[in-house]
Design a protein around this ligand. Structure first.
Ligand code: DGL
Length: 274
């Protein structure tokens, strides 16, 4: 039986899921969080669906071992393909990025012309389009993979002229299409919001799937009587499968605060979980 003191488990292919942790922490500062970043096997966005499903099962298996009360699949790529397998395998509830992001976009869009950007895998799986069309079949959606945004965000080139050029190249098509709402369907993209906004036009509403997921997480916890309202701040534990030092420095930049509990997990251990 889950208790309110159990942590929220969050996993991502690497560091990007911290943008989601940040949103959850802002909304629910008293919740404990256990984060697993699969830094040894990142990126997921260029891999096949079967590989992403296998990795996701191992990542979630790690969190289940830690007795989390809920699993947040902070990676859009994993969310686009692995949710059915995760829900079948584990009894712990699993929340992904796609439905919350699509639901928020559907509320924000006035014209119904919605753009979606993400990794190759997320866009090829048409995860956001499928979810949006379930909400309203009249939505007019354009999807575009923007794979170079991930390394640019990790490099901290959030305002670099190279990033601006690449953003224009990727996003001109969406601007010309006349979208009024854009789903940032990848963990890293919220870091590039300013550049993306300029490339698609200031009037376009930006949907950060992390913000949307944090709303869903809180709603779920309240509904299940699992929301932690204690007054002290939550504990944060971070685990990665490789290069903890690199994770630490990028993560502290992402989160804007120090990380004090960080451990490396052996891939062999992960492989043994499933
Ligand atoms: N976390 C991934 C996502 O949100 C981006 C990085 C990767 O390709 O693994 O889709």
């Amino acid at each position: 039986m889950a208790t309110i003191d159990d942590a929220i488990g969050v996993f991502d292919s690497g560091i990007g899921g911290l943008t989601v942790v940040k949103k959850i922490a802002e909304k629910m500062p008293n919740e404990n969080i256990i984060y697993f970043g699969d830094t040894a096997r990142v990126p997921y966005g260029t891999k096949s669906n079967s590989t992403v499903i296998e990795y996701s099962l191992q990542d979630a298996g790690f969190l289940v071992q830690k007795n989390v009360k809920l699993i947040v699949v902070a990676c859009n790529t994993a969310s686009s393909v692995a949710l059915p397998a995760l829900r079948e395998k584990f009894d712990v509830p699993v929340i992904g990025m796609i439905f919350p992001g699509a639901a928020l976009a559907s509320k924000q869009s006035g014209t119904g012309k919605i753009g979606v950007i993400g990794t190759n895998a997320t866009v090829n799986n048409k995860a956001y389009s499928n979810e949006l069309l379930k909400i309203d079949s009249r939505f007019d959606i354009i999807e575009k993979a923007c794979p170079l945004f991930v390394p640019l965000a990790e490099e901290g080139w959030v305002d670099h002229r190279a990033t601006k050029l690449i953003a224009k190249e990727y996003l001109q098509e969406l601007k010309d299409y006349g979208i009024d709402t854009l789903i940032l369907g990848c963990t890293h993209y919220p870091l590039l919001t300013n550049v993306i906004k300029k490339a698609v036009g200031d009037g376009v509403k930006m949907i950060d799937s992390g913000t949307a997921a944090a709303i869903t997480v809180e709603y779920y916890l309240i509904n299940e009587g699992l929301r932690n309202y204690r007054e002290t701040p939550g504990r944060y534990e971070y685990f990665v499968s490789d290069l903890p030092e690199k994770f630490k420095s990028v993560a502290e930049r992402f989160l804007g605060k120090e990380i004090d509990s960080l451990k490396k997990v052996d891939i062999e251990y992960l492989l043994g979980l499933i």
